[in-house]
Design a protein around this ligand. Structure first.
Ligand SMILES: Cc1cc2nc3c(=O)[nH]c(=O)nc-3n(C[C@H](O)[C@H](O)[C@H](O)COP(=O)(O)O)c2cc1C
Length: 342
């Protein structure tokens, strides 16, 4: 989970508890990335993963950018921050981030938003790193398998955060986890990791029943003490319910699921075009940061999945343990029921 929640403490706590902690590193500079990987290595000797965003080349008209820059000033006035801030760069260099991962010999590399160049996938694999891609449709999963990944995250539309969709428009591809996982399982030969709305042992067992080899959980860990999510964000997670999220492009230019805010509601009435990711993401950064400083959730991005009513503030280790324990109980129960039925 890029953007702060996945601290080295959270990643290591999950790996130490028997899960596979993942550092969401899409927004990190190469220096930040290197130092966080080293911190994780200090905190655990278990495997962990690092996740990056596959870059996209999006050209945006000066007019669209200029109109958005003017519009965003309304929120800057409200938050009492400087208007028209200079933007140094839209995103970090993927190539430099990849180089850090190779230098640091990380155990697992995962990515979203597309498929990295072949040499990246092959070099990682040659160095012994397990490579995992993200799919939101069967066609994306097939392309990832053909590109040589070792496993696929099947991201259902319940999932919090950005959609990994890269072949079609997000509005055409909002497939729920329950429908997505078994169809991907039927069309690829590599392991599938179910993701989206999985919050406890029930979600884990259901995913295994659908043919998944593992699950990826995000929202379930957001309010843990080890999570670096802002306190106000954690409170919104713990008080949120299943119908308070929606998929929006207004924060970053790319579709992502988060808790509804005033900024979302207001921006949905914006008559112009929203610049593509990562331009819009860079353009709203100062607003999100100022809102966080002012403890004002209405202008922060509060990424969360539809399962958020099941989120707790228990530690990451307890969350992993309870998920596994509950799944074990359920599996035994189902096995015994089957025996009774035989
Ligand atoms: C706050 C947040 C940030 C996320 N950031 C990333 C990311 O950087 N890379 C990625 O592949 N997925 C990211 N995701 C999506 C998760 O990998 C995963 O698909 C999702 O959390 C699963 O659904 P759930 O939130 O219902 O558990 C993020 C999700 C959240 C909630």
């Amino acid at each position: 989970m890029a953007g702060g929640p996945t601290t080295p403490e959270l990643v290591a706590a999950i790996s130490n508890a028997g899960g596979l902690g993942n550092l969401g590193a899409g927004y990190l500079t190469p220096e930040q990335l290197r130092s966080m990987i080293r911190e994780i290595k200090q905190l655990t000797d278990q495997p962990f993963g690092v996740n990056l965003f596959v870059p996209e080349q999006r050209i945006e008209s000066e007019e669209t950018i200029g109109q958005m820059a003017d519009h965003l000033n309304i929120y800057r006035v409200e938050l009492g921050i400087a208007q028209n801030p200079a933007i140094q760069k839209y995103s970090e260099s993927f190539e430099e981030q990849v180089q850090v991962l190779l230098d640091e010999e990380i155990p697992v590399f995962s990515f979203t938003f597309g498929i990295p160049p072949q040499d990246v996938i092959q070099t990682m694999k040659q160095r012994g790193t397990i490579v995992i891609g993200t799919a939101t449709t069967i066609e994306e999963a097939k392309q990832l398998e053909a590109a040589g990944v070792d496993a696929i995250v099947a991201q259902g539309s319940e999932a919090g955060g950005h959609r990994g969709t890269f072949l079609k428009s997000v509005s055409d591809t909002q497939i729920g986890t329950m429908a997505l996982v078994p169809q991907i399982v039927d069309h690829v030969t590599i392991p599938v990791i179910a993701s989206g709305g999985i919050m406890d042992g029930r979600g884990l067992v259901a995913s295994l029943a659908l043919g998944a080899a593992a699950v990826q959980m995000g929202t379930a860990f957001l309010a843990c003490p080890e999570s670096g999510a802002h306190t106000t964000y954690k409170q919104k997670i713990l008080s949120g319910n299943e119908d308070c999220t929606e998929i929006t492009r207004v924060y970053s230019g790319k579709a992502a699921r988060g808790i509804r805010t005033e900024f979302m509601n207001d921006m949905h009435r914006y008559p112009g075009n929203i610049p593509a990711y990562p331009i819009q993401n860079a353009m709203t950064r100062d607003i999100r940061q100022a809102a966080a400083k002012a403890n004002n959730p209405e202008y922060m991005s509060l990424w969360a999945g539809q399962g958020l009513r099941l989120a707790t503030d228990r530690s990451a280790a307890v969350t992993v343990k309870q998920t596994i324990d509950q799944a074990n109980v359920l599996v035994k129960l189902i096995f015994n029921l089957r025996r009774v039925g035989d």
